[in-house]
Design a protein around this ligand. Structure first.
Ligand code: SAH
Length: 398
């Protein structure tokens, strides 16, 4: 007699022979070319179970009409319901608590980081009890209700609001079906603490989810190089690095961002922390750098992703080289350069080589003080190296 399993049954996908090796190694993406058989009426976002050509179960995920056809969110058979999401989000939250990422001096972190926490397409940022939900795929968006219930259960009375900010991150054809807005609560005035420094978060009007949570440890490291120095923080956004530099006793700190509203918020954050030795400039970094030779001892370059896809990788490398060569030419002797790239398609080795090329072009002798990456609340799992997107170098410039 056929025994019903305790999980729901989903549409089944059969892979081509040999294509099971990737999911067996826990890589969560299945490309469309790997699929041998699927139901004809499969819709974007449908939950599916994936099997090898030998009918071995490989994983459960959601379907998309694209080159990445399935994103696996479980490697054991499961029903994708509120309880499934509760377990996933609770695990992510407990991990961060165990690592003491949320602590008396820091109440902001990434609560859920896509594949790094086991669900491609789902980003949750935690801002002192407020959660910003950002879905990067229609499949995750369809799970919104379950995810919201799960967040409520995980955070309990600690939860103040949940804000959906998926309209900009969903694939274009779905973005019109999504509207940003509160899914729970309504408080938009949010102040967070990061290593004791306070920041105002504008998750409604700001870029991404409102704050670049991934630079916390790198900002802390910057502190140790700033005492009595002239510091330039380019692509400053809301002034994360600038606040740390002021707090560390910099002589002066200049923040540069092309966005006027970013500089306004940066100025507010400087004031919130009671610093005054700071100036914000709403201008393009490349223009700002043109005539600033021998002014700065410490420079931070944290541009937006110059490459969003493989097609733009070459131009991105040219951009990183030009930017870094400019900064290296004008930094004072004995200066320190913090330089970053968050382009996923530019891997760390290509980035290191690009910075080397920039140093050669600038004719400056440099030493590598640190290689930097993303913090533990943006976990990289070895089965999914694509998740390592943030890389940085700290250079001593003779
Ligand atoms: N370092 C920041 C995050 C940087 S995000 C932090 O720690 O929070 C990238 C920023 O670069 C955005 O605020 C964007 O407005 C800005 N930007 C993009 N192109 C720019 C340009 N050409 N010149 C100056 N700023 C730019």
């Amino acid at each position: 007699m056929y025994l019903y399993a305790r999980y729901m049954s989903y549409s089944q996908i059969i892979l081509n022979k040999g294509k099971e090796t990737s999911p067996l190694r826990f890589h969560p993406w299945i490309f469309s070319g790997a699929i041998a058989k699927k139901d004809a009426d499969l819709k974007e976002g449908d939950i599916v179970e994936v099997f090898s050509s030998q009918k071995q179960y490989l994983g459960t995920g959601y379907y998309a009409n694209g080159s990445i056809a399935i994103r696996l969110i479980s490697f054991t058979q499961a029903t994708i319901d509120e309880n499934f999401w509760f377990e996933k989000i609770n695990k992510a939250y407990s991990y961060r608590k165990q690592l003491n990422i949320l602590n008396p001096v820091t109440n902001v972190c990434r609560l859920f980081f896509g594949e790094g926490d086991g669900a491609s397409g789902l980003i949750l940022d935690y801002y002192n009890g407020h959660v910003v939900f950002q879905s990067h795929s229609w499949g995750i968006y369809l799970q919104k209700e379950n995810i919201v219930s799960a967040i409520k259960k995980v955070l309990g009375s600690e939860l103040k609001s949940i804000y959906d900010k998926s309209a900009e991150t969903l694939p274009k054809q779905f973005s019109e079906q999504a509207q940003n807005g509160f899914l729970f609560g309504s408080e938009a005035e949010v102040i967070v603490k990061e290593n004791s420094h306070v920041f105002k978060i504008d998750f409604i009007g700001g870029q991404k989810t409102g704050f670049f949570v991934d630079q916390r440890e790198n900002r802390q490291l910057l502190s140790s190089y700033c005492k009595d120095k002239n510091v330039l923080n380019t692509f400053s956004y809301t002034g994360g690095f600038s606040v740390y530099a002021c707090a560390a006793g910099a002589k002066l700190v200049h923040s540069v961002d092309v966005s006027k509203s970013a500089i306004e918020l940066c100025n507010k954050n400087i004031a919130l922390n009671n610093f005054s030795n700071h100036e914000g400039y709403a201008i393009d970094t490349f223009d700002f750098l043109k005539d600033k030779k021998d002014v700065y001892d410490v420079i931070v370059l944290d541009p937006p992703a110059f490459a969003k896809s493989r097609d733009s990788k070459h131009n991105a490398v040219i951009g990183y080289k030009r930017l870094n060569a400019m900064a290296l030419k004008l930094i004072k002797p004995g200066g320190v350069l913090f330089t970053f790239s968050c382009s996923g398609v530019v891997d760390k080795y290509l980035f290191y080589n690009t910075i080397t090329a920039a140093a050669i072009e600038a004719r400056r002798n440099v030493k590598v003080l640190h290689y930097l990456s993303q913090p533990a609340d943006h976990p990289v799992i070895p089965y999914f190296p694509e998740g390592e997107y943030l890389k940085g170098m700290v250079l001593w410039v003779e």
